[in-house]
Ligand binder design. Structure first.
Ligand SMILES: [Ca+2]
Length: 267
């Protein structure tokens, strides 16, 4: 199916060219001009390179993941998962890096509004896509899914959600590419391990803790600072490509071999 962006743009152009060229009797020329404008339209929208992914957050965190199962909080949940697609350099958290104010608010409180502002500001610079946001996940184990559009110009994705309640712990993915050597990945599952945002003290599942005097960098959560057994997988994120795009035409068929299919789809 033709991308809606291209379809709307192309129909407009076809109407325009029909009006402007209606006095032309040389129809092959009119057809050529229409097709040329279609190509320019597709390149201008960039939509030809956009695909849809289903993102599934499968939250499995349970008492069995803890050193002492009785520590498992009755209100255990994950805050609304939030993030975006982006160019490679625009990831908003990474291990070894400092938490931004928005990441700190997510990790400590499960509050997304500050990070959402940061993401929208980045979007205005053209380095990120739309904000992705799930609902909170209570009643673990539980899962949720939604579909996102990913542009080839920004195939990286970064997401974060608070392990709640907790001092400043979270899970997520950072700068994960949905392309492999220029080809969209059809299925990808990422194990989610706990991180410490480095902004609040505490080693149990509580919200009321003092701030870390000198904020530390984001680090893996394990050992004596953690109530978990080792560093368990608390859930997964799965990315599934929807309606995989057709393979490019073979070189022998010529660069414009796909145009008839597009024209027929428009009519
Ligand atoms: Ca901490």
């Amino acid at each position: 199916m033709l991308n809606p962006k291209i379809k709307v743009c192309s129909k407009t152009i076809l109407l325009m060219t029909h009006t402007r060229l209606s006095s032309f009797y040389y129809f092959p020329l009119k057809s050529f001009v229409s097709k040329l404008l279609l190509v320019l339209c597709m390149l201008a929208t960039g939509a030809v390179n956009a695909v849809t992914y289903e993102v599934t957050f499968n939250a499995t965190w349970s008492a069995a993941d803890l050193e002492d199962a009785s520590d498992y909080p009755g209100s255990a949940h994950f805050s609304p998962l939030i993030g975006t697609t982006h160019v490679q350099a625009a990831e908003f958290w990474e291990e070894g890096g400092s938490a931004s104010f928005g990441v700190k608010k997510v990790a400590e409180e499960g509050s997304n509004s500050e990070l959402k502002s940061e993401l929208l500001a980045a979007k205005n610079t053209g380095t990120t896509g739309d904000v992705i946001e799930f609902s909170s996940l209570f009643g673990l184990p539980n899962s949720d899914s939604l579909e996102i559009e990913v542009e080839a110009s920004m195939p990286f994705i970064t997401l974060i959600t608070m392990i709640a309640p907790s001092p400043d712990w979270f899970v997520g993915v950072s700068g994960q590419s949905l392309m492999d050597q220029g080809v969209w990945v059809e299925n990808l599952t990422i194990d989610l391990k706990a991180y410490d945002a480095g902004t609040e003290e505490g080693d149990q599942f509580s919200l009321d803790n003092s701030a870390t005097p000198v904020p530390e960098v984001i680090s893996k959560l394990f050992g004596t600072d953690s109530p978990f057994q080792g560093r368990p997988t608390l859930g997964t994120l799965t990315f599934t490509l929807k309606d995989p795009p057709p393979p490019p035409p073979p070189p022998s068929s010529g660069n414009a071999a796909w145009l008839p299919a597009i024209i027929s789809d428009l009519l």
